[in-house]
Ligand binder design. Sequence first.
Ligand code: SF4
Length: 670
Amino acid sequence: MTTGKFRERIRVSIADEALQAALDGNAERRTQGRINAFASLPDHEARRQRAHAIRTDVIDHLDDYLRHFIIKVEDNGIIVHRAEDANAAIKIFLEIAAEHNARLVAKSKSMVSEEINLNHALQAAGLQAVETDLGEYIVQLRGERPSHIITPAVHLRRHEVGALFQEKLGIPYTEDIPILTNTARKVLREVFLTADIGMSGVNFGVAESGTLCIVTNEGNGRMVTTVPNVHIALMGMERLLPNLYDLALFLSLLPRSATSQKLSVYTSLIHSPRRQGDKDGPGERHLILLDNGRSRLRGSSLREALLCIRCGACLNACPVFREIGGHAYVGVDGAPAPYPGPIGSVLSPGLFSIREYGQLAQASSLCGACRAVCPVDIDLPGLLLRVRAGAPEFDENQEAVAVPIALRSGLRLFKGMAARPHLFGFMQRMAGAGSRLLPARDNWLHLPSFSGWGFSKDLPRPAVRPFRNRWKRLEHESPQDLPKTEYTPAMDAIIPAEGFDLTARFIQELKALGGEGHICRTVEIPALISSLLNARGIEKVMVDAHSAQVLAGSGLEMVLAPDPSCLAGVTRATAGVADTGSLLVIGGQGEMLSASLLGEVHIAILSCGDLHASLAEVLDTERVRQAPAAVVISGPSRTADIEMTLTIGVHGPGELIVLLVDDSAPGMIK
Ligand code: SF4
């Protein structure tokens, strides 16, 4: 049963017209975007089933995977800490901060940090923690929590952000989204460059290689893991995958479900701190592995919730979330639930308290839309029902919830009827026929004492021909067993059809992302880059070791170290993915990730011979395993955090130009 505080928040949300408009806009675009994104993945149902099987295996053998993962991460030079609960995680964080005399923490988006209320704890300890994801920054300025796990400011309209920036950042009022985004970029740039600690979440930890995988679109995730001298990653201990090959599978599902993209703009793959001779990267990296109720959840009937990869699709699909938004999800005492929506209605009671948050599971129509969109096929309706039933084995130490006598008698009566199908059917038909005698408007009964039933609608008139009668008929007409797709490992590789041209496909995909691709010969590169930079009035350019050799004698002023004053960077791309128009850029050993991050323009040099058909071929390689850090780049930096309006160029470069080198090509320069 829902409590007063929860009902109150629901009523407020439903009456808030601006919120309703914002939620409608989000739901429509996300739903359509998701459908379009999955259209390019014809075997997505098979991938989904495989993703479910992989995550189930990880949760079943979590101790083994964790042991392996920790050994690899430590071998790679990252300091691992285990935190049993929120207090332990905060204590570890503060100890690291104290060791480094830290004052300023640049944070990238992390739901785990919301879960442990990290910002509040850092502030109480005298540290300044600044959120750097645009949506998170907006809600932090408003003193709010995120209302969605992927789009934190989904509840706001542009005029509210305009008024906020006018008040807090002192700019003239504007509703122009690029101006608002650019303002945040300038303010947060200073934060990245002066922060003592960069803090991030982790989307996936890879057990076989000890990889920390972090996906972002704006580039703030790359900034906080590259620029400050100390990086602290906070990770829920269940977020593991067996190997890099499986990571490629999950990366084909997560961005499509979360933001309707084939791949997020930046997929960072982190292995170690800066090594001797490296040009950039933090000198120290820490990983805090958080339990905070996960072990207990794993031993409960709600364990399937641990399969979640936090894509947010179930929130967008849920008819209840679409009406009430994330801030309405509160506990019995009015405390905000750490996770909203269908998965939040399982995770919040499962991780924290079923007594406090169990009521959230009532806010579901059990329509199954959440399960239908879940990329790992979590049985969310089943889990919600278990929460409603109190998941007794899970919360054994809590007293039984007192059920009012009228409700108890009513439920007993219902149980007696529901256990006798003939009696149940008869009563349904009686109710349907009897309701014809009562006053009704359209198909809703008009009974003053039931008016306002369910907050936003009245008591529906029972059907004369109940659903179970119609279902019985359907049963005879429908096939009983839908075929189940079998998984075969070969499905992860995109088999190029005859005549599949990797270069043409790469350029086509890159253009669709907002990037530029040019085919050229090696000898043409210096002149081409010079003309591209001259056209933009740029004279000084950051370069990695390989590009410095290629550009020798070009007359450009080249900087071989991270330099935020450079407006452009030139790097080598180690590999390209034709199917997604993505580049793999590796750090360490003379290469420099900052060159693809700090400027406004990134020019990448990629040999056509290094193009591959699929992401799995590029990720599952020794080059990636050996790199201190690497990044897969898919287009220019972007955000859609204000009213889902796409804005190019946030914290990373707003322009991405790829020179595809093919010395057998006729060449560009005549
Ligand atoms: S439950 Fe499924 S749909 Fe919902 S956030 Fe988790 S992975 Fe995404």
